[in-house]
Ligand binder design. Sequence first.
Ligand SMILES: [Zn+2]
Length: 659
Amino acid sequence: MTDNPFFTPSELPYGLPPFAQVREEHYLPALERGMADQLREVREITENPEPPTFANTIEALERSGRILHRTVTVFFSVSASDATDGIREIETQVSPRLSRHADSIRLNHSLYARIKQVTTDDAEEAWLLEKYRVDFVRAGADLSEADQERLRELNEELTRLSTTFSQNLLTASTDSSLVVEDAGLLDGLSESTIKAIEKDGSYVLALLNHTNQPALAELTNRETRRRLYELSTGRAPENFEPAARMATLRAERAALLGYPSHAAYSVADQTAKTTEAVEEMLGKLVGPAMANARREAEALSEQAGFPIEPWDWSFYAERVRKARYDFDGADLRPYFELDRVLRDGVFHAAGELYGITFSERDDLTGYHPDVRVFEVFDADGSPLGLFLFDPYARPTKRGGAWMNNLVDQSHLFDERPVVMNNLNITKPAEGPTLLTFDEVNTAFHEFGHALHGLFSDVRFPRVSGTAVPRDFVEYPSQVNEMWATWPSILANFARHHETGEPVPAELLEKMKAAEKFNQGFATVEYLAAALLDWSWHKLARGETVEDAEAFENAALERAGIAFDLVRPRYRTNYFAHIFFSGVGGYSAGYYSYIWSEVLDAESVDWFEENGGLGRGNGDHFRSTLLSVGGSRDVMDAFRDFRGRDPRIEPLLKRRGLQT
Ligand SMILES: [Zn+2]
């Protein structure tokens, strides 16, 4: 196995993983050797006869496990984006072993004892040292031998359940597809969509990962809508059991670590810090959001001429948009061609703000032919990093959209960042890929994460780029969404794919006006999911849940967010954010999106107050916030950017929630 590509550093530009050479049989041996190497490296640290110093302990830890890190990074990137049967089998095998491996380092007594003796005068080192100390304490380093043993068992079982949950979901996204024989039942969908989903004489509409399927806005047949909606909310019912079990195990783990609930444990090292802070924030939003949604529901029933059901909401929301604002989202699609959105929109905005430029590298490849690789250059022409783009949905890809790092920027290893964006856009059978406005917005959002990774300018990989608290990480990406509708940016990318004509100004005006409608729905859908997550993770040790569906209903009722017509964006059975911990889990953390939106709304205001799009503003955001990653207190970084503490008012105003 000397030809295992993970055993030596990549020789490709920027250390891009050599995807073309990676085969499934490379993963296991590389993971095994990677774990063994790291354990040996840790032993060398603990057996070092010299007194503990930052260099021989913390920095040595940062340097350890290189093969493992390389392999894990590639493996989980591929398992998220192209999980073939072989990859899924390896995932089931290795996930518990990786969890055991992590525990064997964080629960290593001599290592922890050494860390506690390290001192340093350097601010960046002191910040990292404290991070390590907290990581160890939170992993159970202070517990008794017996409690640590139990903790290891819990972690292993949780990892296994999380893999089961995610694999059930992947299977369900195809198995629960809506299948119809008669194309007439799909009336309302565009011809190209119908063509793209035809399979051997029937039509197969696969589920996206959230409750409300986009086709619900277009399907004119009410019965088809009902079927699609029920398939969506009822998918993977076998996931109720592992989800409930995970919540119980997490409560037990939190108790071992000295917290009353997993939620309390989870927010302790976030910017929110306490459960009360989160509850106060969510509590402020529930009442106004529900009132908004009820008002919208009335308008929809009036439009429909009968009391609507949940599967009617999107359909009649579109009708109201048409009637009230004379706006139809489908009219915009021809102006949003994928490549143009990327180059003349997303990249162009980054160029205007930060001076960076992009050049496609056809000589470099990803794990799938659809993956595109771009080299990114700084304003002065110096190389910045690589950006990989994987836009299309495929049956082996997890739902949603996300950014991940393939190489973390760090001065320690003298490495520049390699970052990646995944979207889930349906690939057309032929012709150009035309996006919805939502998809355009998502492309800008994910690229905001990519910029956070690309601009990282820190010494240590542990705090590189997006390695910030989870309730902060969505903030820079949300800010980047503002450029999707910025007039000069929009004018640059929104051009008709056939005629090159710019999108008519009046259509945009209508879109903006129409956007304000349905905010109640969007907020309630989101808050219901956030509060559902919260309820699962407020369980105390020993509390078990027999009937997860009943628990879900009661939780929403209790939180004042139960509304038949607007179900949570994710129900328990497909709430991968909180029950799949493989890549950055959001358990007791789904509140983060609106928590970060407070900072986002403040920052959008700042940009607008200061003249909007431009190099000066971009550079200020980059230097105070994006480039520091997690190398200092992120709220201090925010205050440096904004000049003061955040206030909630801009968010309330944006969402139409002022009371
Ligand atoms: Zn995001």
